[in-house]
Design a protein around this ligand. Structure first.
Ligand code: ATP
Ligand code: MG
Length: 298
């Protein structure tokens, strides 16, 4: 076999090409602020890793981005290096009506124009507290609308959801224009997806007619296994227009980055994982720009 065309050599060449191409592009901005929930009730599929790295990619490309951490685990807050000890102004205070979104935001050091509303462990009690409220599914939507009424320069708000379809995720779905669904390229990847889609349809019917699935993002893709390729082609078959062309490879660097409180763009900016998240962010930015002003909910 010629050493010039091994799979590894091909992959490295492709990564270098992708990186060079992405250095030239300008990310378009959406015509109006978009609210995007990153959700999948399946645990550990890459929701938080995707929220964190997409938000940094978008902000570094010049968009104005907010991350709302809606998971009591607070993993997105940790990974973005944001203070989130118990008692810190957080998504909990927003959902209990104590504070506005603006009062809870912290700037993220990794990029200009990246703000984070952190989650603390207090958020684990919010579902119970919300459950007795009327209009309990609309609390986050109202908070986001109040913020956007004053700050019209925000391009994208990404909401990192917990691995459940409880009231926290429902609040995110009711606040959102669209959902990004990260799917891990593994056996059982599609299990539970029909329940997620059914939930989104119900939300659209009863609570938020504007909600769509904006993208499916394949994560932890392993080029060396047939299984990853099979999962990819199966998702592509069912959701040809929704699945992003870009996918995220399995990468040790990606799993290391949160322990330093940084994204892949600080931890390993020239690696394949950073390039993939930048490519996915660019694809999303293009889709969002193509939406124009449709479905404006002013
Ligand atoms: P949860 O459901 O608990 O909120 P999640 O869906 O947010 O999980 P992550 O926390 O993003 O998933 O990822 C789960 C684990 O897999 C983490 O340890 C993360 O560092 C690791 N991980 C995520 N994406 C990748 C990847 N592409 N390659 C290798 N490891 C990854
Ligand atoms: Mg998570």
């Amino acid at each position: 076999m010629s050493t010039g065309s091994t799979p590894l050599a091909d992959e490295l060449a492709r990564a270098a090409r992708d990186r060079a191409r992405l250095e030239q592009v300008t990310f378009p901005r959406p015509a109006r602020p978009l609210v995007v929930a990153v959700a999948n009730q399946k645990g550990g599929v890459g929701k938080t890793t995707s929220t964190v790295n997409l938000s940094v990619a978008l902000a570094k490309a010049g968009l104005s981005v907010m991350v709302i951490d809606a998971d009591p685990q607070g993993n997105a807050s940790t990974a973005l290096g944001i203070e989130h000890t118990q008692g810190t102004e957080s998504t909990y205070d927003v959902l209990t009506g104590e504070l506005s979104l603006e009062e809870c935001l912290q700037p993220c050091e990794e990029a200009d124009h990246l703000m984070v509303c952190p989650a603390t462990i207090d958020l684990s009690g919010a579902e119970l507290e919300l459950s007795s409220l009327t209009q309990r599914e609309f609390v986050l939507r109202r908070a986001v609308k109040d913020y956007l009424a004053v700050h019209r320069n925000v391009d994208v708000i990404l909401i990192d959801c917990p691995p459940s379809l409880g009231l926290l995720t429902l609040n995110a779905f009711v606040a959102a224009d669209q959902v990004i669904v990260p799917i891990q390229a593994e056996y059982y990847a599609l299990e539970g997806l029909s329940m997620l889609i059914h939930t989104i349809e119900k939300i659209r019917d009863y609570l938020n007619p504007g909600l769509n699935i904006g993208a499916i993002l394949l994560t932890m893709f392993d080029r060396r296994t047939n299984l990853s390729a099979e999962v990819a082609s199966e998702i592509k078959r069912y959701f040809p227009d929704i699945m992003l062309e870009s996918y995220i490879p399995r990468s040790v660097k990606l799993s290391e980055a949160p322990s330093f409180g940084v994204s892949i763009f600080s931890h390993d900016p020239r690696g394949q994982a950073a390039t993939s998240y930048k490519a996915a962010a660019y694809e999303l930015a293009q889709r969002w720009a193509d939406l124009g002003d449709q479905n404006g909910t002013e």
